[in-house]
Design a protein around this ligand. Structure first.
Ligand code: UTP
Length: 401
């Protein structure tokens, strides 16, 4: 589909098919916001992180504003299902309640909590304890979404609403093009059961899943499961073989998710070797300096081999992926790095609309004003110049005349 998307006719057909799906109210949005955010070191759920480069809006607000704008444009609701973990559930509910769901229709949002897994000692293989009477557990990975969607009744709720496609995304990527009509349209036109979005990796060792084809079947191999030598492979022309990176954006057929959730063949577990605080045989809690345990996680993309007609669509990372992963000070994927990516995207939209932004000025655009460059160009008068930081939420129609 990367090849086909370059044909303007196919892209236009896909866009129209996606708009039709959204206008019929047949698309739901699943947002995973569990996990532990251990690398970021923020002491609240990641969704509360104030990511807006000018507005300071939280990741949750960025996502919900975007989804609301998409639903308003479609003229039909997009039900949102937010996955929390036992660690993030209570605080997430309280935060969203306190902010009145950021204007999202409360009947169109459900929160469901993922499961957990025990961990074992790296050398001993024994279950690790967080206290003398309590087993240590960690969230069961984003793949836990499948089971949690089923047991929470979310899949049944989607069926009742007439949903046919489920758009999946993760909370830490504010550039996420939520319920992108082109992606949904590609999925429908190709009669795919699972469609995944990929970027060209910045460097061979970028910490993303690798989108590959194995015996003609699309699969994703997580960076942590791939030997460095394989990640660095180049072809005869010196071009990286594993160039396609997963950004954890997928479209599923609801029927496919239901079939998989009911099947006996569950998603496999992946090992992650980590430092895990736990108690020793004397009951004394210690913080290890070295990796001492193995965590087990499921990955949602392991559904790919089971899907009929799985396809991959490429997106330019600059317009679709900048994830908040690392604490300030790291080289990439820090809050500052993500904010710069957001501001550059908005600057490009403004410039494409025939306006300009002074050097060093930070700009942010509310999705409720414009979801893309084309929409901004309809609303922003040409030759507008921004010479101070601005969060654009509203442009009065009079300013057009
Ligand atoms: P990551 O693997 O980057 O994990 O998951 P994380 O928890 O955000 O951060 P680290 O690795 O501990 O530093 C990417 C996204 O997948 C979701 C989270 O929303 C996270 O933003 N996720 C991950 C879950 O919802 N549950 C999980 O068990 C794991």
């Amino acid at each position: 589909s990367t090849q086909q998307l370059q044909q303007p006719e196919f892209a236009a057909q896909a866009r129209a098919a996606g708009h039709a799906a959204l206008a019929a109210g047949e698309v739901a949005f699943v947002l995973t916001a569990g996990g532990q955010g251990s690398r970021l070191g923020f002491e609240h759920p990641k969704g509360l992180f104030p990511v807006g480069p000018v507005s300071g809006r939280s990741l949750f607000q960025v996502m919900l504003d975007h989804c609301r704008a998409r639903a308003e444009k479609a003229g039909a609701p997009i039900p949102v299902y937010i996955m929390t973990s036992p660690q993030t559930d209570e605080e997430t509910r309280a935060f969203l309640n306190r902010h009145h769901w950021f204007g999202y229709e409360p009947n169109d949002i459900r929160i469901f909590c993922q499961g957990v897994m025990p961990a074992v000692g790296l050398v001993t293989g024994q279950v690790l304890m967080s206290s003398r009477h309590e087993i240590f557990t960690n969230p069961d990975g984003h793949g836990g979404a499948l089971q949690a969607l089923q047991t929470s009744g979310a899949l049944t709720d989607m069926q009742r609403r007439g949903v046919r496609q489920v758009f999946y995304g993760q909370i830490d990527n504010p550039l996420l093009q939520i319920c992108d009509p082109v992606l949904i349209g590609c999925h429908r036109l190709q009669k795919s059961e699972m469609t995944t979005q990929a970027i060209r990796k910045r460097d061979p060792l970028q910490k993303v899943g690798n989108v590959v084809s194995v015996d003609g079947q699309v699969r994703i191999i997580e960076y942590s499961d791939l030997p460095e030598s394989a990640a660095r492979l180049v072809d005869a022309a010196g071009f990286p073989v594993l160039w396609a990176g997963s950004i954890a954006v997928h479209v599923f057929d609801l029927d496919f998710l239901i079939r998989q959730a009911e099947s006996q063949v569950s998603l496999p577990f992946h090992r992650a070797v980590k430092k895990i605080p736990c108690v020793d045989s004397r009951g004394i809690l210690s913080e290890p300096d070295e990796n001492n345990g193995v965590k087990f996680e499921r990955f949602i993309f392991d559904l790919l081999p089971a899907a009929k007609n799985a396809i991959v669509c490429e997106v330019d990372a600059a317009n679709g992926f900048a994830a908040v992963k690392n604490a300030p000070g790291a080289a990439t994927e820090t809050p500052e790095w993500v904010q710069a990516a957001m501001s550059s995207q908005f600057r490009r939209w403004i410039e494409a609309a025939g306006s300009s932004v002074a050097n060093g000025v930070v700009v942010e655009i509310s999705p409720l004003l414009a979801l893309d460059a084309e929409e901004l160009a309809e609303k922003l008068p040409r030759n507008t110049h921004f010479d101070e930081d601005v969060f654009l939420e509203f442009i009065s129609p009079e300013s057009h005349s």
